[in-house]
Design a protein around this ligand. Structure first.
Ligand code: SF4
Length: 464
């Protein structure tokens, strides 16, 4: 289910915190586990060197994007795949509609893919009369619930075990106190029928190696492998930023991504897809379509500062460590990509006005930059978008007035001293709550008592 409404972030996050305390517990617990696993997995390798290397590979690919994309297209065509270029979501969905019509597709199975969420693939298929089934367990859960993913890697991490028990009891008839193993087995049984019946398999693509035309897919459940090999047609939607120069580059990138995402040395299943099955092969689709999707990525690439966000490998590590994301999970962000990565790519891909206030949904603590496997300088990019918002006059009236008033005071030493004296005698916590910017902060915290003497006075008195 695709939806775009970052503008409602403040209200949506407040609603989640107040009305759904279970979300905070589930997300906090899952993200802390993910992060502990990442720390352990990074500790097993020379992670700093690997991160430098991965940053350089992705930077090189992005700065030579046209060349590598054309090379990948040439290889894919030579491998017998169909290649489509989609400038927008509508273009990508048109390709899908064409495939559906030409092959008389009635049912589809789908592997987890954030790009297909971004494009609204499921809604589109349903409009075309195609029954579509998510086959990743987390995606299956949220499809039954009619919700979008809450996390890049763990789409259902905002749900507790009891939530899943109730859901499966209602949909699959499992016992109300079923074990996680029983729930997984029930989902597997139901999905098996969907795999066997599907005419079309849909996937994303974690990487696309230009020199061989190989779409690489990482997963843990085997559902992507089934989705891409059982149905007679496979459509892979791949963001243009997923390109890497050589198949050899995957040896490091697949491992680093898995370690950052879940703490595994590598995903349980890695599928390398180059085209349809050959005459000698018994398994595999008869037709493979690779849709190379832009949908705002070249706009982001054109930004002198924010382009670095396109190195993202969608590991979710920055979400797991983010103290802001941990409070609400992903739905409050109002877009497919949540957390720090969502906040830095939304302005470039959706337009800054539409993406606000996401670049402000951060305390700028910098934890995200410490964990990012491709060294995206996330806090710098958040500040970049905040500066852009000021330059483009996109800040709120209260914020603009507040900052102008502060500037006026800061430029006049006497007025600044007088204002400081006034503040020292003000019931600070109560007054602060009504101020722009500080108001929200102080609703949940007590302000420290101001010093009874100004810094200047203390300095004059010789106190170090
Ligand atoms: S920005 Fe870095 S840490 Fe966050 S999802 Fe992307 S690659 Fe992972």
């Amino acid at each position: 289910m695709s939806r775009v409404n970052p503008g409602a972030y403040r209200a949506a996050s407040a609603r989640t915190i107040q009305n759904e305390p279970g979300v905070r517990d589930s997300v906090g617990s899952a993200t802390r586990t993910f992060d502990a696993n990442r720390v352990r997995a990074f500790g097993q390798i020379d992670s700093e060197r690997w991160r430098d290397w991965a940053r350089d590979v992705k930077t090189h690919a992005l700065t030579n994007l046209d060349r590598y994309l054309e090379e990948a297209e040439m290889r894919l065509l030579a491998n017998g795949a169909h290649v489509h270029w989609a400038e927008s979501a509508d273009d990508a969905l048109r390709v899908l509609a064409d495939v559906v019509a030409r092959h008389d597709i009635r049912s589809a199975v789908k592997g987890k893919s954030m790009l297909t969420e971004e494009l609204g693939v499921n809604d589109h298929l349903e409009q075309l009369g195609v029954r579509v089934r998510e086959t990743d367990l987390g995606e299956y859960i949220i499809q039954l619930l009619g919700e979008p993913p809450s996390h890049i890697v763990g789409p259902a991490i905002h749900k507790s075990l009891d939530d899943c028990r109730r859901l499966f009891h209602a949909h699959l008839g499992t016992a109300p106190d079923a074990t996680p193993e029983t729930l997984a087995a029930a989902a597997r049984d139901a999905l098996r029928q969907d795999f066997l019946a599907a005419d079309l398999g849909i996937s994303g693509g974690n990487f696309l190696a230009a020199d061989t035309g190989t779409v690489a897919l990482i997963e843990n459940e085997g559902n992507i492998r089934l989705s891409t090999s059982l149905p007679r047609v496979h459509v892979a939607f791949v963001g243009i930023e997923k390109i890497v120069p050589r198949l050899e580059d995957l040896s490091g990138l697949l491992q680093l991504t898995a370690r950052a995402a879940t703490g595994q040395p590598i995903g349980n299943f890695v599928s390398l897809i180059q085209g349809p099955k050959t005459n000698e092969e018994v398994d595999g689709p008869e037709e493979v379509h690779v849709v190379l999707v832009d949908n705002g990525r070249t706009e982001l690439l054109a930004d002198d500062v924010a382009w670095e966000a396109l190195r993202c490998v969608r590991c979710g590590a920055c979400l797991n460590i983010c103290p802001v994301y941990r409070q609400t999970g992903g739905h409050a962000y109002g877009w497919t990509y949540s957390g720090p990565i969502g906040a830095i790519i939304a302005p470039g891909m959706l337009g800054l006005a539409k993406a606000l206030p996401l670049p402000h949904a951060s305390s700028l603590c910098g934890a995200c930059v410490d964990v990012c496997p491709v060294r995206i300088p996330i806090p710098d990019l958040l500040l970049h978008w905040r500066e852009q918002a000021v330059e483009e006059g996109l800040t709120t009236t209260a914020e603009t007035i507040g900052l102008k008033a502060f500037t006026a005071l800061a430029e006049r030493p006497d007025a600044f001293s007088a204002a400081g004296a006034l503040l020292r005698w003000t019931p600070w916590s109560a007054a602060g709550r009504s101020l722009p910017i500080l108001g929200g902060w102080l609703q949940e915290r007590s302000a420290p008592h101001p010093s009874q003497k100004s810094f200047r006075r203390l300095w004059e008195e010789g106190i170090e």
